[in-house]
Design a protein around this ligand. Structure first.
Ligand SMILES: Cc1cc2nc3c(=O)[nH]c(=O)nc-3n(C[C@H](O)[C@H](O)[C@H](O)COP(=O)(O)OP(=O)(O)OC[C@H]3O[C@@H](n4cnc5c(N)ncnc54)[C@H](O)[C@@H]3O)c2cc1C
Length: 240
């Protein structure tokens, strides 16, 4: 690991330098393997948060959210230090990926729950890096202000993404300056209909987050008339 920084009180971005890395696509992930002194190993998947940069071709960034009681994530967030080594396998995944021109340039709907925003922000960054103008909408469901990742980049005054509309759904606590006036609560059918693309635009949809979020949102998308073949889903783990 060559660098690291906190994204929130419970999440940290790790910047890895991976010799021989051959590049990756927005949405792909890596498998990270830790090996203890006694030979015990643990492997976990982490999405790559930043698109491949030809000027730094061996750099891979992941953002890890601490899962209470977890075996690997608390170690990566709290203890793993710059200069230490970790085994990286990847890039992994060929379906949950986006690049300019995907699906004939269809508008893109990104639906994130919690740390599920990581691969989706990589798609937003890839669009920016390539100066692409595909219309993007991101609906980001997150518990409370202190938990949100990349919020400044996605919604702050320095945002540089024309054509990317971001809507945040606060599920447990709303920031005091939130303009929507909406009380905290889960993303529902009405919110999805309002902040997502209508199905008749035939958007390409990426859903990512805890299993319960992905399943609930996928069901709502079908109710709203989206084509199942246009929905790409990635489950990060149990519902919280
Ligand atoms: C393709 C893919 C990409 C992923 N990308 C990311 C990423 O970018 N950032 C990130 O932080 N995580 C990501 N994950 C989740 C990650 O792989 C681990 O599952 C997570 O870090 C928990 O590992 P752990 O060893 O700390 O917990 P474990 O020791 O594996 O689990 C401890 C307890 O927490 C529960 N649990 C496990 N995972 C979760 C979860 N995600 N949410 C809530 N409870 C959970 C388990 O059921 C268990 O009870 C991704 C998963 C997949 C499959």
């Amino acid at each position: 690991m060559v660098d690291a920084h906190a994204e929130s009180a419970s999440a940290r971005t790790l910047v890895l330098d991976v010799p021989g890395w051959g590049g990756h696509r927005a949405g792909q992930h890596v498998d990270l393997r830790l090996t203890a002194d006694d030979g015990y190993t643990a492997v976990r998947a982490y999405s790559i948060g930043a698109p491949w940069d030809p000027d730094a071709p061996t750099r891979v960034e992941v953002t890890v959210q601490r899962v209470q009681g977890g075996e690997v994530s608390p170690y990566l967030v709290d203890e793993f230090a710059v200069g230490q080594r970790i085994e990286v396998r990847g890039p992994v995944g060929g379906w949950f990926v986006w690049a300019p021109g995907a699906a004939g340039g269809a508008p893109v709907l990104l639906l994130a729950g919690g740390s599920g925003v990581v691969p989706l922000v990589s798609m937003v960054r890839e669009r920016r890096r390539r100066a692409d103008r595909t219309p993007f909408r991101l609906v980001y469901s997150v518990r409370m202000p202190g938990d949100a990742l990349f919020l400044d980049e996605l919604t702050g005054p320095r945002r540089r993404d024309d054509g990317v509309d971001t809507h945040v759904v606060w599920t447990r606590g709303v920031p005091p300056d939130d303009p929507s006036g909406r009380p905290p609560g889960r993303l529902d059918l009405r919110g999805l209909a309002r902040h997502g693309w209508p199905a008749d635009l035939r958007p390409l949809v990426f859903v990512c987050g805890p299993t319960g979020f992905v399943e609930a949102v996928s069901r709502m998308l079908l109710v709203l008339g989206h084509d199942a073949s246009a929905i790409r889903a990635e489950r990060f783990g149990p519902s919280t």
